[in-house]
Design a protein around this ligand. Structure first.
Ligand code: SF4
Ligand code: SF4
Length: 470
């Protein structure tokens, strides 16, 4: 992997050189209809905020992989400006936008406060509406979006998947690499599927223990609900132990995160409206989320539904009540007793928690509150693991490279347990660790808290006694 020189300085582009003190200004060089139409194009004002300093480059995973200017945040903003200047949407332009993981590490790194998150979201919606993708790619995207945002359809996959894992076919395919040769996309999906746990449905109402401190709604999620039911069960238990009544309406659907991150604006809006209806009916103080990607999208509902007179104000109110699980627990302060977990853990910042929601301190504070637990930081923490929603399915090769890089960094901590706050990261890092031939336990942060509150048994998190301290 190349790690190119990057940082402040002029930048070469296909049509000239940009100095650090220049605003982007280009002459159209190709013919065709302009890349963007008038419906929510990327904002020219936000594009103009970029002063081309290059401070974002070292944290951008695609720039780290390929060292290509047009695969950096600065380069992509340059392409957006080309589109705004009337350039057509070329396949090469789309390729650079598609290659972005949407990890938002550039938003954290940018000293000028460039809102790349809003820019790429608007750009993606334009790409989805105006660009004709090759037939195979269209079919793959259609198949993903016909299944992933629908918990009932994901549930229907559990039986065949369990059989596939139980019969040893999964191990055989991974060992021989035959699926990899036939279809890297299928191989990537197969490798990402986690070992299926037993279903552990969360009741529609879980009463608070002790003095009640509030009533919260709980997002069950799609992948979280069907593939990581233990995380949801742990979330409800921890919230109840901390004095919250938990309402988890069974009728709730997808939050629309995958759709919005992939430019499917109408679909995302439909999901958002339905979720707002569901939690308004439930009458809750806050809506708690344990999946970083979902939480960051739900906090942006005000923007997503700003043009809808019936929902704009409701979306704003809803977004203001969304809390990540670690956010609400730190805000409320602990009341349940923490029992010791005498072991080391490595904490991985999920991009949509750290970069998109700015939540870094709260998970660490919660983990440091557990007696005996030693928190180890992972080198290159700001670089994405390559999961990024469905990126690892659509772009298996770079995702795998980033996953292997993350796994090596995780292993360098020598902690027996990796903790994070997003199902996608858990699947991605688990699959890279398996490829490396080394095994460590993986858990969601709320499972670690649950284990501590319930009595402190490291074995319940998959950590063997040889890895714990006396
Ligand atoms: S969102 Fe991530 S991948 Fe995309 S430009 Fe920013 S840092 Fe690079
Ligand atoms: S996005 Fe921010 S950090 Fe990156 S080049 Fe532009 S101004 Fe600099």
């Amino acid at each position: 992997m190349s790690t190119p020189e990057s940082g402040p300085g002029p930048v070469s582009t296909p049509t000239g050189t940009l100095g650090t003190d220049q605003r982007l200004s280009l002459t159209p060089v190709q013919s065709g209809p302009p890349a963007f139409d008038a419906h929510r194009p990327p904002s020219a004002e936000l594009v103009a905020d970029c002063v081309h300093c290059g401070f974002c480059l070292p944290t951008c995973p695609t720039y780290a992989l390929w060292g290509e200017e047009m695969d950096s945040p600065r380069g992509r903003i340059y392409l957006m400006n080309e589109g705004l200047q009337g350039e057509p949407m070329t396949p090469s332009m789309v390729q650079h936008f598609d290659a972005c993981l949407g990890c938002m590490a550039c938003v954290t790194a940018c000293p000028s406060g460039v809102q790349y998150d809003r820019l790429i979201e608007a750009t993606r919606a334009q790409v989805e509406r105006r660009h004709e993708r090759p037939r195979r790619e269209k079919a793959l995207r259609a198949a993903i979006f016909a299944v992933f945002p629908y918990p009932k359809r994901l549930r229907a996959l559990r039986g065949p998947l369990r059989l596939h894992q139980k019969t040893g076919l999964s191990r055989l395919l991974r060992r021989t690499g035959v699926l990899d040769r036939l279809s890297p996309t299928l191989a990537s999906m197969e490798a990402l599927a986690p070992p299926l746990e037993n279903r552990e449905p969360v009741p529609e109402r879980t009463p608070a223990q002790g003095t009640k401190r509030g009533t919260v709604g709980m997002l069950l999620g799609c992948v979280q609900r069907e593939f990581f039911p233990g995380v949801n069960a742990a979330t409800a238990r921890v919230l109840a132990a901390e004095g919250f009544e938990v309402l988890a309406p069974a009728s709730q659907g997808c939050c629309g995160a995958l759709s919005v991150h992939n430019g499917r604006e109408d679909e995302a809006q439909r999901f958002a409206r339905a979720l707002i209806d569901t939690f308004e009916r439930a009458g809750v103080d806050s809506i708690v989320v344990n999946a970083a990607g979902c939480g960051s999208s739900m906090k942006e509902y005000a923007d997503l539904l700003s043009d809808d007179p019936a929902y704009a104000e409701r979306a704003r109110r809803f977004a203001g009540r969304v809390r990540d699980i670690s956010e609400i627990l730190v805000q409320a302060g602990p009341v349940a007793t923490r029992h010791p977990l005498p072991m080391a853990i490595a904490y991985h910042d999920a991009c949509h928690l750290a970069h998109a929601q700015g939540i870094r301190a709260q998970p660490r504070e919660l983990l440091r509150g557990i007696p005996g637990l030693e928190l180890r930081e992972i080198p290159e923490a700001e670089i994405c693991c390559g999961s990024a929603g469905i990126y690892n399915v659509l772009h298996p090769a770079p995702a795998r490279e980033l996953g292997d890089r993350k796994a090596a960094n995780v292993l360098s901590t020598e902690a027996p347990l990796l903790v994070t706050a997003n199902p996608g990261c858990l699947m991605q890092v688990a699959s890279s660790l398996e490829r490396s031939g080394r095994r460590i336990a993986l858990a969601h942060i709320v499972e670690v808290l649950d284990a501590s509150i319930r009595g402190g048994d490291p074995a319940s998190l998959g950590v063997p006694p040889s890895e714990t301290r006396s």
